[in-house]
Design a protein around this ligand. Structure first.
Ligand SMILES: *Cc1c(COP(=O)(O)O)cnc(C)c1O
Length: 432
């Protein structure tokens, strides 16, 4: 078996040294992988139960056009999301174009002129800087007279409760908590930690809307932030919950009040959730959700495998090889643009689509430095599929995520190591 596998990898460009090095690392991960299998099993039941309880039927898959009145599939889809996330209601639409759009919708629908938004977890994800108006932009919250305040994390990555208490004021209307680290090297937060932070805020100000940017966190743990007090959780369907099949979309799950406001903003006051044709994507969105716990499981195994390989080679990895996981992102700090590019070239070369192209840094809209991205995905830009990206600036950290199957994630990481090995800058001769 091992020989057959080794021959396959060899025929695809993996050298014996890389194969042997990676095999040694994999042997040490059986216990971790078993735990991940158990979480996926629970989350699979959670999704299946929601589908059954909402009486999902074949009729739900029929496309609607035009206004999309009485779209029973859309109603089932939103009911299922609400059940999976443990919320009163949900808005799950192909008209939500991406994660940033879903988050902008969440913020702009809940906040009114004169209100203040607070981030108690430091700087939000890059693209939200323009939504909020931290970097001036057309149509930002700042242009509507909505102010923003942020409290940095303490040096050890924990919440600065004293400063958060001081930052709360009469204008504070909403709090935004980003679960995943994004392009930062802080730790990602567990659902338990997010629950503690929300409880702290709600004890002082029960009227504040607590929103969680749940991107990359879905199905990593047994619970979602909406099950520990968040009023609104938000994410992208071309990440975890779309299971790699969703071709577009975003979701918001939360209280009925919050979802009503978001629906009136997405479509129009007076129309809300009643319109929005689904054009035939409902079946794919649901099938993707059905597969999502398994897909996230593969991506998580890939992240842990990568962490252990690169940590053993002496690079800084966040999270480290043993830490518990709260999202599917793995950061590896190369401290060197050549190694960072080689890593991305390996991920690209391992892809099922566009494997023959070489990734190059480019000026991506919404980001303040050049970004390099490796992705050869079935769905354009999908980062639940094996992908790697990062801003081309010190510390030259690459953010690696996804993999629709563990087998593919594993091959991608081996290929990344192969490309790095070929730069001549690392030594694989000593056993890990
Ligand atoms: C990906 C991501 C976003 C933005 O989503 P896009 O779909 O890229 O617009 C926001 N927040 C976090 C934490 C993310 O990972």
């Amino acid at each position: 078996m091992n020989t057959i596998l080794k021959n396959y990898y060899k025929s695809m460009g993996i050298s014996e040294q890389v194969f042997d090095y990676c095999s040694e690392i994999e042997k040490g991960l059986a216990g971790r992988f078993h735990e991940i299998d158990r979480v996926a099993e629970c989350n699979q039941m959670k999704v299946l139960r929601a589908m059954q309880n909402n009486r999902l039927s074949e009729a739900c898959f029929a496309p609607t056009t035009g206004y999309g009145y009485n779209d029973i599939g859309r109603e089932a889809l939103e009911g299922i999301y609400a059940d999976v996330f443990g919320t009163e209601d949900a808005l799950v639409r192909p008209q939500i174009t991406c994660g940033t759009h879903a988050l902008a919708l969440a913020l702009m629908s809940q906040l009114r002129p004169g209100d203040e938004l607070l981030s108690p977890v430091g700087k939000p994800y890059d693209t939200l800087e323009e939504v909020i108006g931290i970097r001036p932009s057309n149509g930002s919250l700042a242009e509507y007279g909505i102010s923003y305040r942020q409290v940095e994390l303490l040096p050890d990555g924990s919440f600065d409760y004293d400063a958060i208490e001081k930052a709360l004021n009469d204008k504070t209307r909403m709090v935004t908590i980003q679960r995943s680290k994004g392009y930062a090297t802080r730790p990602s937060f567990s659902v338990g930690q997010i629950g503690e932070l929300i409880a702290f805020i709600k004890e002082r100000r029960p009227d504040i809307i607590c929103m969680v940017d749940n991107c990359y966190g879905e199905f990593v743990e047994l619970k979602e932030p909406s099950q520990v007090g968040a009023d609104l959780v938000v994410g992208s369907l071309i990440k975890n919950p779309g299971g790699g099949l969703a071709p577009i979309g975003g979701y918001l799950c939360g209280s009925k009040e919050c979802i009503d406001r978001a629906a009136y903003r997405l479509t129009s006051p007076g129309l809300g959730k009643e319109v929005g044709a689904t054009l035939g994507v409902t079946q794919t969105l649901l099938q993707g959700l059905f597969l999502a716990p398994t897909v996230v499981k593969g991506a998580l195994k890939g992240a842990i495998y990568a962490a252990n390989i690169y940590e053993t080679l002496g690079f800084k990895v966040v999270p480290d090889g043993r830490e518990s996981r709260h999202d599917i992102i793995q950061a590896v700090e190369f401290g060197d643009p050549v190694l960072m590019k080689a890593f991305c070239e390996g991920i690209q070369a391992a892809a099922p689509v566009d494997s023959y192209v070489r990734p190059e840094p480019w000026d991506m809209p919404g980001y303040d430095s050049q970004v390099i991205m490796a992705a050869g995905a079935f769905i354009s830009g999908s980062s639940i599929e094996l992908s790697a990206d990062g801003p081309m600036k010190a510390p030259y950290a690459v953010y690696f995520q996804g993999g629709l199957t563990w087998e593919h994630a594993k091959f991608g990481i081996m290929m990344s190591l192969q490309k790095i090995y070929e730069t001549g800058q690392i030594n694989l001769n000593k056993a890990p």
